[in-house]
Design a binder for this molecule. Structure first.
Ligand SMILES: *Cc1c(COP(=O)(O)O)cnc(C)c1O
Length: 292
């Protein structure tokens, strides 16, 4: 947990705490570890020796699965979307170092990855595996995320979290119990209307809000102001953010603070979900935009 000091926070008289799940492990994004925890436990219970999962070439989930599987004595297979030309990028090099075997599939095949035919072919090729969906987005992943706020003892009225699949957000909502808190979700890609609707049905008595205008054009898209914000934030607060998830959340949060969304005296808890392993890959792809 870290208290963040920043001139805007003083000016608006709000307090910002950052829950540093990025510090759980340098190569395992904080929330990815939480989403893997019960899945790997289940794989053990079911007597599996191999984990198979899916992701893009720069995926935090692929990196985290490779590391966790290896530490827990599993073999791992990463089914990677297209782009075999990225096979030696920092993320996939890390995955390979931890023994993950990579299976590059076309974008078209990747889109059908949940269909029985495709899974059957993977099973023929790789044998019996415990399959974890992309991003660790399943029930057990969601259950692991219920624990994110468990150890937080400082009072806060707001919680802010980046959203990819929304699993982390949902786990946090599940974990609230009777606590009255406002959960703010920052989708990092377009197309969250459906989930937003589902939330209103699943959690009629909970307070939450999704801010759908901070995706910067879509998943892994970015702009100069986002890059400058991330670099300034690190200089001013010492906290590194990644350009795919936490940078967008924090940008959105500071935009809201600047527009007086939060009453004076509020305390906001922002979840640093990690993602820092992705900075090297991002910089190798776009030129060293993010200060390391
Ligand atoms: C994957 C990821 C997220 C998004 O988590 P979801 O549960 O898919 O919404 C947020 N932050 C970081 C750093 C991630 O790697």
């Amino acid at each position: 947990m870290q208290v963040v000091n920043h001139p805007l926070l003083e000016q608006r008289k709000v307090r910002l705490l950052v829950k540093r799940d990025d510090l759980i492990h340098p190569d395992i994004s904080g929330n990815k570890w939480r989403k893997l925890k019960y899945n790997l436990e289940e794989a053990q219970t079911e007597g599996h020796d191999s984990i198979l999962t899916f992701g893009g070439a720069f995926s935090n989930h692929i990196a985290a699965t490779a590391v966790c599987a290896s530490v827990m004595g599993f073999k791992s297979i990463g089914v990677i979307r297209g782009e075999a030309r990225y096979a030696s990028n920092p993320t996939l090099s890390l995955a390979k170092r931890y023994g993950m075997r990579l299976d590059f599939v076309s974008r078209r095949d990747y889109r059908s990855k949940e269909e029985p035919g495709f899974l059957d072919r993977l099973a023929l090729k790789w044998g019996r595996c415990y399959v974890i969906p992309e991003g660790g987005a399943n029930k057990l992943g969601r259950r692991g995320c219920e624990e994110i706020l468990k150890t937080v003892s400082i009072e806060h009225e707001y919680v802010a979290v980046a959203m990819g699949t929304g699993t982390t957000f949902l786990g946090i909502m599940d974990g609230l119990g009777h606590q009255k808190k406002m959960i703010l979700g920052f989708p990092v890609l377009k197309g969250f209307d459906e989930l937003d609707e589902m939330l209103s049905l699943s959690f009629p008595n909970k307070s939450y809000q999704l801010f759908k205008d901070y995706h910067f054009g879509g998943y892994a898209k970015f702009t100069d102001p986002l890059v400058s914000f991330i670099n300034d934030f690190k200089r001013q607060t010492g906290v590194r953010l990644d350009p795919i998830y936490t940078g967008k959340m924090m940008y959105g949060l500071f935009d809201l603070i600047g527009h007086a969304y939060f009453p004076q005296g509020s305390t906001i808890l922002a979840i640093h979900t990690g993602g820092l392993q992705g900075i090297a890959g991002f910089n190798s792809r776009y030129g060293s935009l993010i200060d390391e």
